[in-house]
Design a protein around this ligand. Structure first.
Ligand SMILES: *Cc1c(COP(=O)(O)O)cnc(C)c1O
Length: 353
């Protein structure tokens, strides 16, 4: 740390992203990317005109992509904002709506960025413990009188809460915002989107990073009331109005156009998830009921850290969180059939040794 860093940031612990090793080729099951490439149809052909166009700023309104997403979800453009990854729009939400008079709550085990954003923006926060079985007891959020951020399905557990519970959170906290982070909803979850019509305090956040094979594009979006979207756009325009580059905008539009391909991939990932879960259970693992593109698993005899290191040694990268309550669990991204075969073979080896 330099002696110049502002005091308000000196205590902050930055988010630690999953490893993106550049040294050797791993079977990469640690950051929940899609194992499948974008479709041929949605790959943007970078012809000379497209490349030359980068001399011009992109459309700060992102009108074409917002219109496509709006049409896809049956909304209007005013209800959609796009961002540089959904991390960015989550950051705008914390920036715009939460402060010391408007604190926020989220589960103690969830997406690590919520806590980082709360600290970055000086927002008081409460982490509400998950139940023993890692489920969220929604009762604890009803009428709580604070802003709420929930990943649904939750990460890294993959466990989903019901729409009825989300509706009750919205209804019993009418003067607070409820953010539902649906990064994993396309893998078998249910979206809270239909509740937008009835509740003006709901923000639904989604991303191209997981189900749409676009983690490297950095493209996310949120859907809410036109007023909330206008406030979020104010944050964009006050920080970086050209936050989404031309190539990403073009790619994003093409991906929405070819949605069938990505839906098929999601079906395939769900089926690989179910199949791999059964195989892990046969190897003695406990798992949660994941509705996401990852499996959260623990072996009763082998420690999380040991397993993580042994797998890494064998060229397979999974996510291990060195955190109380979950240090013996691994979050394993669902890969291709072949990658899951390699994973199961490696785990069998760990068990035997
Ligand atoms: C991956 C993830 C995100 C962020 O993804 P982006 O790549 O920034 O769109 C947000 N929330 C959760 C729960 C995630 O797992």
């Amino acid at each position: 740390m330099s002696r110049f860093l502002s005091k308000r940031f000196s205590e902050i612990e930055a988010y630690v992203p999953g490893e993106q090793p550049q040294d050797k080729k791993y079977i990469k099951l640690n950051t929940n990317e899609s194992p499948f490439p974008p479709s041929e149809k949605s790959k943007v052909r970078l012809d000379d005109a497209q490349l030359s166009a980068v001399k011009l700023y992109p459309d700060p309104e992102c009108a074409a992509l917002r219109d496509k997403l709006a049409e896809f979800y049956g909304l209007t453009r005013e209800r959609v904002i796009v961002s540089n990854g959904s991390d960015e729009v989550l950051s705008f939400v914390f920036m715009a709506f939460f402060d010391k008079d408007k604190p926020v709550v989220f589960p103690d085990i969830s997406y690590g960025f919520y806590k980082v954003f709360a600290e970055l923006y000086g927002v008081p926060y409460t982490e509400i413990p998950l139940e023993e079985d890692f489920s969220i007891d929604c009762q604890k959020y009803f009428g709580i009188g604070k802003n709420i951020v929930i990943a649904n399905p939750n990460a890294p557990t993959g466990i989903e809460i019901s729409q009825a519970d989300i509706e009750r959170m919205l209804k019993t906290n009418p003067n607070n915002i409820v953010v539902i982070d649906e990064a994993y909803v396309d893998f078998g979850g249910t979206s809270a989107l239909p509740l937008l019509e009835k509740y003006d305090n709901l923000i639904v956040v989604q991303t191209f990073s997981k189900s749409r094979s676009g983690a490297g594009l950095r493209l996310g979006y949120a859907m809410s009331s036109p007023e909330i979207i206008a406030d979020l756009n104010k944050m964009r325009y006050s920080t970086n109005p050209y936050n989404i580059n031309r190539l990403t905008l073009a790619f994003g539009e093409a991906i929405v156009d070819d949605n069938g391909y990505y839906e098929e991939n999601c079906r395939r990932i769900r089926s690989i998830r179910e199949n791999t879960t059964q195989r892990l259970k046969k190897l003695g693992f406990c798992t949660t009921d994941s509705k996401a593109n990852f499996i959260f698993a623990r072996h009763p005899k082998l420690s999380g850290e040991k397993l993580y290191l042994a797998l890494k040694d064998m060229g397979i990268l999974v996510r291990h969180f060195n955190k109380p309550k979950i240090q013996d669990w691994l979050r394993i991204t669902v890969g291709t059939e072949e990658e899951m075969d390699a994973l199961c073979a490696a785990l069998e080896k760990c068990e035997r040794s």
